[in-house]
Design a protein around this ligand. Structure first.
Ligand SMILES: C[S@@+](CC[C@H](N)C(=O)[O-])C[C@H]1O[C@@H](n2cnc3c(N)ncnc32)[C@H](O)[C@@H]1O
Length: 213
């Protein structure tokens, strides 16, 4: 994550809508049951995802990388009536946590939780059927997720791509590990891609907001 002034962080959280109780509970369980709780979006980023989803009012959302389901529930807050969110994860070990909180949420009938490699699962989704995609899984496959998401999105649809600043390493010329290079190259490609409009939000580890033209 990009280091931000703790005072600024506190101020942002205090002047952003409160974290819903169910999500607060989910975050506590995520800390207790997992070794990498920071992977969950959390309060501030979660409210951003919720707000963007509410502005779009998507009929169909795809999330790549469920983890414990925190962002799934934030994104679901903006779903159109009878809309649905498909969330994908390769790991079934934390499925019991996501399922428990999905079941307790008002969106329980709108969440389709699939276990398996995302690239395989994405092949089963109809082209130009999605309104919003949240890319938040293995970084080495981001270029493939990006291309595939463009095909699956309708015109005017939106991609949110998380961790694009990669701890600030994408703009550190001395950082050249594999994931950093992949993300740096992808950021270059996205900003030059004539099929989309895009900007990077400096939120947590960086989120690219991309609109398919
Ligand atoms: C950063 S976490 C997702 C966090 C969640 N979106 C949130 O904001 O609360 C990344 C997740 O991607 C999953 N993942 C990694 N490789 C994957 C793959 N090839 N296909 C699907 N999911 C994968 C991991 O198991 C992990 O749960």
């Amino acid at each position: 994550m990009i280091e931000i002034d703790p005072n600024l962080n506190q101020y942002l959280e205090k002047h952003t809508n409160e974290e819903p109780d169910l999500l607060r509970e989910l975050m506590i369980e995520t800390h207790q049951a997992t070794t990498q709780p920071h992977m969950a979006s959390g309060h501030y980023q979660g409210r951003i995802l919720s707000m963007i989803s509410k502005l779009i009012q998507p009929k169909t959302i795809l999330e790549i990388g469920t983890f414990t389901g925190y962002a799934t529930l934030c994104l679901a807050e903006g779903l159109a009536e009878n809309g649905k969110i498909i969330t994908l994860d390769i790991n079934d070990e934390l499925k019991y946590i996501g399922e428990k909180y999905f079941e307790r949420s008002p969106y329980k009938n709108q969440i389709e939780y699939r276990i398996g490699p995302a690239s395989e699962q994405m092949k089963t989704i109809e082209k130009e059927s999605l309104d919003l995609v949240f890319i938040d899984a293995d970084k080495q496959t981001y270029p493939e997720y990006y291309e595939c998401s463009i095909d699956l999105l309708r015109n005017g649809g939106v991609i949110l791509m998380d961790n694009v600043l990669w701890y600030g390493k994408v703009y550190d010329e001395n950082a050249n590990d594999k994931r950093t290079v992949i993300l740096r190259d992808l950021n270059e490609r996205v900003v030059k891609d004539s099929r989309v409009e895009s900007l990077i939000l400096p939120v947590r580890d960086g989120i690219t907001l991309i609109r398919k033209k």
